[in-house]
Design a protein around this ligand. Structure first.
Ligand SMILES: Cc1cc2nc3c(=O)[nH]c(=O)nc-3n(C[C@H](O)[C@H](O)[C@H](O)COP(=O)(O)OP(=O)(O)OC[C@H]3O[C@@H](n4cnc5c(N)ncnc54)[C@H](O)[C@@H]3O)c2cc1C
Length: 413
């Protein structure tokens, strides 16, 4: 029979979501009942104060609360986090007026609508929380080779020939999840034929702590405000165009970006290096099978136009830990399918709604022709005049709608 001390949770992938699962388990009152292992193929993250990571996320209030719960939020803010107070979206030649939609944190009585935070910074701070604990084994440079499901445990082989047993295996290994592939867990995937080009740019005009997003026929172009006055660019476009723009000179890139932006931030004076990411919509048909749960991009991958992929993943992490902790509290086997299905039921509907909404939006804004353009302009302008609809959208963007896992709830002080 399995004793409490033999229980172990193995997490594959030390991306932001996998690390958050581990840190929340460690912070739970039942942490001493499970051994926590995290296996990651990449090297440990090293945040660079001098050079801002190209990979940044717009983090919602719910994500902020999860990091506050873990005690890392203050460290992240002290290092570098850029608040944004407005979101401004438009289609067509004029950023303001007809065909535009603005959200302002003041309308909700909130100090901001979220923060832009670097990927490496989040991972480094979570790594240091886990590294400091004797209860956690965090290993980098480890590749998964095989997974075997048993009735009481799951066995994992690493590429180096080691075999590890776990009561629960958590797949936090991203959109191309090896765990999912090895277990033949089915997904619905729709490639967009698009890449997102990311960089940081210096602009002549201030970003005014606003996230700007223009819908273009080839895909959305976003400018996210950074603390040092620059803006982080996430520019979705056809893969061919992304390949071409990745290779042009800095000046040619800045010129094209300025044209695409409609000059909303004035002249684009310079840009950092560029990176590009292939885009797809993906949803796992099930987030769990006996002994295995999928979280984050391994379970669902959404278009970056709403900046929600990682926010959804962090809510998965918090909901899964709530479920596992409740199972431990009640003496249940945390790897039992009935337990893991509770997590799946809590998260799947909301994730799918967000995925479908972003999918529909990116399709809608790419429909060609003046009729669709007029309809979109009318739609954006109409929503802009509806405070109730706007407040509902802002609350959803802040991650505050629906049932929240315990770590994401507001704390009563
Ligand atoms: C251009 C762009 C902009 C985005 N902007 C935002 C945003 O503003 N806000 C937002 O919320 N989301 C955003 N997202 C989405 C966000 O990037 C993802 O949702 C998030 O990174 C998912 O985190 P994760 O931990 O699930 O997966 P990942 O970050 O992909 O981490 C997976 C980890 O697993 C490891 N791994 C993979 N395979 C193995 C293996 N076999 N063995 C061991 N380790 C393995 C990887 O090395 C990696 O460390 C954006 C996405 C893109 C492409």
């Amino acid at each position: 029979m399995t004793s409490a001390k033999d229980r172990s949770v193995v997490i594959i992938g030390a991306g932001p979501v996998g690390l958050t699962v581990a840190a929340l388990l460690l912070a739970s009152p039942h942490a001493d009942q499970v051994r926590i292992r995290v296996l990651e193929s990449r090297a440990a993250p090293a945040w660079d104060q001098e050079q801002m990571d190209l990979r940044v996320y717009a983090l919602s209030r719910a994500s902020q609360r999860i990091f506050e719960h873990l005690g890392v939020w203050q460290q992240i803010v002290a290092a570098r986090a850029s608040p944004y107070r407005r979101i401004h979206v438009w289609e067509g030649d004029y950023a303001e007026g007809l065909g535009s939609l603005s959200f302002d944190s003041a309308e909700l009585g909130e100090p901001d609508l979220g923060h832009i935070v670097e990927d490496r910074l989040i991972r480094e701070r979570l790594f240091s929380v886990l590294d400091a604990s004797a209860n956690v084994e965090l290993r980098v440079g480890v590749e998964l080779a095989a997974v075997r499901l048993g009735t009481r445990a799951v066995e994992i082989d690493t590429q180096s020939g080691e075999t590890i047993q776990a009561t629960v295996l958590i797949a936090a290994d991203g959109t191309a999840s090896t765990v999912r592939r090895l277990l033949n867990l089915p997904v619905t995937a729709v490639p967009y034929g698009q890449h997102a080009l990311v960089t940081h740019v210096v602009t002549a005009r201030s970003h005014a702590e606003t996230a700007w997003q223009r819908f273009l026929p080839d895909g959305p172009l976003a400018f996210l405000p950074l603390l040092d006055g620059r803006s982080s660019v996430v520019w979705s476009m056809s893969s061919d165009n992304a390949q071409r723009l990745s290779a042009v000179s800095e000046q040619a890139f800045c010129d094209e970006l300025q044209t695409a932006s409609g000059g909303v931030l004035g002249v684009i004076e310079s840009s950092a290096s560029r990176a590009s990411f292939q885009l797809q919509a993906l949803h796992a048909c099930r987030y769990s099978c006996a002994r295995v749960a999928l979280v984050g991009d391994a379970a669902h991958t959404v278009h970056p136009l709403a900046g929600q992929g990682m926010n959804l993943g962090l809510l998965d992490a918090a909901a899964l830990v709530d479920t596992l902790v409740s199972a431990l509290r009640h003496g249940e086997d945390p790897g039992d399918l009935r337990v893991l299905r509770r997590y799946e039921r809590q998260r799947k509907g909301g994730n799918l709604r967000m995925l479908l909404a972003t999918h529909a939006l990116q399709r809608l804004f790419r429909l060609p022709g003046p009729l669709f353009e007029r309809l979109r302009v009318a739609g954006l302008s109409a929503v802009n005049t509806m405070p109730i609809a706007k407040n509902g959208l802002m609350r959803a963007a802040l991650g505050l709608s629906g049932e929240l896992p315990s770590a994401a709830r507001a704390r009563v002080v």
